[in-house]
Design a protein around this ligand. Structure first.
Ligand SMILES: [Zn+2]
Length: 53
């Protein structure tokens, strides 16, 4: 999985953890999101930049 902000590789330790975390390279706050819109039974995971309030 690559960071959408800096394109550096980010290791996902827990694919079920949707708590935002900071990219170790660029420190951007990221969140692992699940896209349920794919095939039946399949879900795509992606990293999104989490905007801070
Ligand atoms: Zn990054």
């Amino acid at each position: 999985m690559t960071c959408p902000a800096c394109d550096h590789y980010v290791t996902i330790e827990d694919w079920n953890d949707d708590e935002p975390f900071n990219c170790p390279n660029c420190n951007t706050l990221l969140k692992l999101v699940t896209d349920e819109g794919g095939y039946r039974g399949a879900s795509e995971k992606s990293l999104e930049i989490q905007e801070e309030d």
